[in-house]
Ligand binder design. Structure first.
Ligand SMILES: [Zn+2]
Ligand SMILES: [Zn+2]
Length: 487
């Protein structure tokens, strides 16, 4: 999740949700046994763990389709899962993921990663376009005609030094796939393999989007501008989650991740001797008043039921005990789940800092750093797309492994896609204590349970195939992407 993700900044999110990875497979030889047992047996103890709320959720899903319809798709899902779990496919998935993991690349520098993805697509005989947004790749499988449905994975890593000691540790000093994007790209390649094998079953075209710069730089926005959503009418994306057992699927209709932005203010007064304040204009007092007043934005001006955040994260000015500085710089971030709330916060942050500075006889300039840190809108899931993911997940991993996601204050640049076409973004659990995949993303110990790779590949593939094949029965028809709203 980017500057977004939950990205350096954005991604620094809520530990609760976050995501993913690392190769426990080679570390301790984690067994598939527990997972298979859990996914295959709806009567196991997980039902107790998830509780009655999940039972009700699952019942709601089961009621949507006719028994025969559901049964036929259940067979298709199981066939897709079988293909994903073939020993040679599992080995290939691990191998691809480890290769990407060893060579992490930062935003818009994913050249080796992009080349590896293209090589694998070439070997499968799948056509693609590139580069979009510097390193992005857009592949397609199916009839070549409508409807077009997209699946998205991100490819970028983080400026973190890996501290996990294993055979496939990062070989790029100071860079690490600490958010699971190596697994995301691998799972989408896995879906490509499955869908290519089943292309005769596709009643339309699946578009596979490998995008750069989720963590910083709003890669999704540039991919859209470069035509990644051409003809596409719906899109799905997933992120690994370290805090739910492997195979758990979590999503929700409506806002899932927050819109986020950053600000920086320079408050200028007049420096002087600390013992002669009457001869100076103290910017530290103005900065202090601004910081305190900013807290009232959420506590006093916001509906308590509309979650928002304003956090001041830096404050710097002066370097001596006895000197009043000329200026103070403060910076921070703001988050909200609707564009209306987000832009209200933006406006009020500027008004408060300028106004409080004026009261203290100082001047202030406020910047929102959109060039370095583009605003990320909220990720808003479409109800119908959400229902679709739930139906597929119920077939593939069992309704007992479905959970309604808790909204996150983290940012995720998948949000840009949700602004232009119906979409669903979901979290895919990969917590496995045996493998050590229990560390939050954006940390140096982040580890992925590689057992998730075939499951994620199957989820992607089943979501796309079923979307295309249910086209005629979908409750409403969608038009293709209108990207003109993205300026
Ligand atoms: Zn991240
Ligand atoms: Zn991420």
């Amino acid at each position: 999740m980017a500057n977004s993700c939950l990205a350096g900044i954005t991604c620094a999110l809520n530990p609760i949700l976050i995501l993913i990875l690392l190769g426990c497979g080679t570390l301790v030889g984690c067994s598939n046994l527990d997972l298979d047992t859990r996914l295959g047996d709806s009567d196991n103890s997980l039902d107790d763990v998830y509780g009655s709320a999940i039972d009700r959720f699952a019942i709601g899903i089961a009621e949507e389709g006719s028994p025969s319809h559901s049964a036929s798709y259940h067979g298709v899902s199981q066939e897709i899962l079988r293909l994903a779990k073939l020993p040679e496919t599992v080995e290939w998935l691990k191998n691809v993921r480890r290769k990407i993991h060893e060579r992490p690349e930062l935003a818009y520098q994913e050249f080796e990663t992009s080349a590896l993805i293209r090589r694998e697509l070439d070997e499968m005989g799948i056509k693609y376009r590139w580069p979009l947004a510097e390193t992005g790749v857009v592949a397609s499988i199916g009839t070549g005609g409508p409807p077009f449905v997209a699946l998205r994975a991100d490819m970028d890593a983080l400026p973190i030094q890996e501290e996990v000691e294993w055979e496939h540790k990062s070989k790029n000093l100071g860079k690490m796939h600490a958010c699971g994007h190596d697994a995301h790209a691998t799972m989408l390649l896995g879906a490509a393999k499955i869908l290519q094998e089943r292309q005769h079953m596709l009643q339309g075209t699946v578009v596979l989007i490998f995008q750069p710069a989720e963590e910083a730089g709003a890669g999704a926005k540039r991919m859209i501008k470069d035509g990644a959503l051409e003809n596409v009418e719906a899109i799905f994306g997933m992120h690994l989650a370290y805090d739910h057992p492997t195979g758990t699927v979590m999503s929700k209709p409506g806002p899932l991740t927050a819109g986020c932005g950053f600000f920086k203010a320079v408050i200028t007064g007049k420096g002087g001797h600390a013992a002669l304040p009457e001869l100076a204009i103290d910017p530290i007092i103005a900065a202090s008043a601004s910081i305190v007043s900013l807290q009232h934005l959420v506590s006093r001006e916001t509906n308590p039921l509309d979650s928002q955040v304003v956090t001041v994260t830096t404050s710097s000015g002066g370097d001596a005990f006895n000197v009043i500085p000329d200026s103070v710089t403060i910076s921070g971030t703001f988050r909200a789940f609707s564009n209306e709330s987000f832009y209200r916060l933006k406006q009020r942050i500027e008004e408060i800092i300028v106004g409080q500075s004026l009261v203290q006889r100082c001047a202030a300039t406020v910047e929102f750093l959109e060039k370095e840190y583009p605003f990320i809108p909220p990720t808003v899931n479409n109800q119908i797309m959400h229902d679709h993911v739930c139906k597929v997940a119920a077939d593939l991993v069992g309704s007992h492994n479905l959970k309604i996601a808790t909204p996150l204050m983290a940012g995720e640049d998948f949000a840009f896609y949700t602004e232009v076409i119906p979409a669903d973004f979901f979290l895919f659990g990969m917590k496995n204590e045996t493998c050590g995949s229990i560390h939050a993303p954006h940390t140096s110990l982040f580890t992925v349970d590689e057992n998730v790779l075939p499951l994620g590949a199957a989820m992607h593939a089943a979501i796309a195939e079923r979307y295309l094949n249910e086209g005629k029965s979908r409750p409403s028809q969608f038009s293709v992407a209108d990207t003109s709203i993205l300026q």
